[in-house]
Design a protein around this ligand. Structure first.
Ligand code: QUE
Length: 336
């Protein structure tokens, strides 16, 4: 295998293997990792020995916890917009490259998979989740929005499940992720090494033999209520409908919404609704424009500070209350 520190790549049998390798940082994606991954995929697209590509995370805690938002916050604070623009444009181009890749990509997701980690897996045709996988799009908690094509794929999840997941950032198990649409196959951790070896030997046809019986969807009993609450046109109305539900899932959802950036909830709802009618490419382009608008808002630097840098989990949002967000200010973010 050829390797640098953070991204290890190599060919094994019929497959190219990409290992996200920053286990201490939960394999969070840095710009050099995005560049190395893009370069390798471009090379392998032309390589007749490579029939498929496997994407994995190092260690058993995470597949990939997201983008390197600490670096993005630093760049924002120091005024390095060029870094911010390079990061997002190259990350989203990689998401699109995976979605349109001429050979099958297979992501093996064991452990945490959030944000940018979902971006390098969900667009692949095969996503294998284990019983230790945990999926989430938690960006409203850091004053950002579900990006990496989430404004394309979340509105295409069943009913209003995607709106619920994108606004609340609720974590899903590997099995639930297959029911929702994040993943396509369910294989226990104990069989992953054998699966990788079988893929290298025989290609994607072996996936079915490793796909185990899926436990029931834990959200099934709440699907109708989720659809009812999250079909509302405004954040205020979603909150009103959740408050009228007498159920544990609804109070958890309310708690998550109350902790999130009020502004981020508004721009996320609008972005998800607009994404219904966009292609993946159009959605990624709209997301890129929205990164500039939302990162200029104080909630992004404050949210990353509170959740990732200082970890006090007590962000001071501006404005602090959902009712005080001015819809005209949010609409204006989509005009830039
Ligand atoms: C919400 C998020 C993210 C988060 C925490 C949140 C996110 C993200 C990370 C993260 C995790 C580990 C790292 C790192 C970043 O945390 O998107 O650099 O090493 O990438 O509450 O959206």
């Amino acid at each position: 295998m050829t390797s640098d520190d953070s991204l290890v790549t190599g060919r094994e049998g019929r497959v190219g293997r990409i290992l996200l390798n920053r286990p201490k940082a939960l394999n969070a994606l840095t710009l050099p990792m995005i560049r190395a991954c893009t370069r390798m995929l471009r090379d392998w697209a032309e390589d007749p020995h490579v029939h498929a590509v496997l994407i994995e995370g190092a260690g058993d805690r995470a597949f990939c916890a997201g983008g390197d938002i600490r670096a993005l916050r630093d760049a924002r604070v120091s005024g390095d917009q060029a870094f911010v623009d390079s990061f997002f444009s190259e990350e989203y181009a990689l998401n699109l490259l995976i979605a349109t890749y001429p050979k099958p990509c297979i992501a093996l997701i064991d452990g945490l998979c959030m944000g940018g980690g979902i971006g390098v897996s969900v667009h692949a045709p095969y996503r294998v989740a284990t019983e230790h996988a945990a999926f989430a799009m938690p960006e409203t908690a850091i004053g950002f929005f579900p990006d990496i094509g989430a404004t394309f794929f979340l509105p295409r999840f069943p009913g209003e499940l995607g709106t619920y997941l994108g606004l609340t950032g609720t974590r899903m198990t590997g099995a639930d992720a297959v029911h929702a649409g994040f993943a396509t196959h369910f294989t226990p951790r104990a069989r992953l090494a054998d699966l990788a070896a079988a893929l290298a030997r025989d290609g994607v046809a072996v996936l079915a033999a490793f796909d185990e019986t899926l436990p029931a969807f834990s959200l099934a009993p709440h699907r109708a209520a989720i659809d009812r609450c999250f079909a509302a046109d405004t954040v205020a109305e979603i909150i009103a409908r959740l408050s009228a539900e007498d159920a544990g899932w609804a109070s958890s959802a309310l708690k998550a919404l109350r902790a999130a950036s009020p502004s981020a909830l508004h721009w996320t709802l609008l972005a998800l609704r607009r994404g219904r009618d966009l292609s993946l490419k159009q959605a990624l382009d709209a997301e890129f424009a929205l990164t500039r608008a939302t990162m200029a808002h104080p909630d992004f630097t404050e949210g990353v500070r509170a959740m990732v840098v200082d970890k006090d989990r007590s962000p001071r949002w501006q404005p602090a209350r959902i009712e005080d967000v001015d819809p005209a200010v949010i609409d204006a973010l989509f005009m830039s």
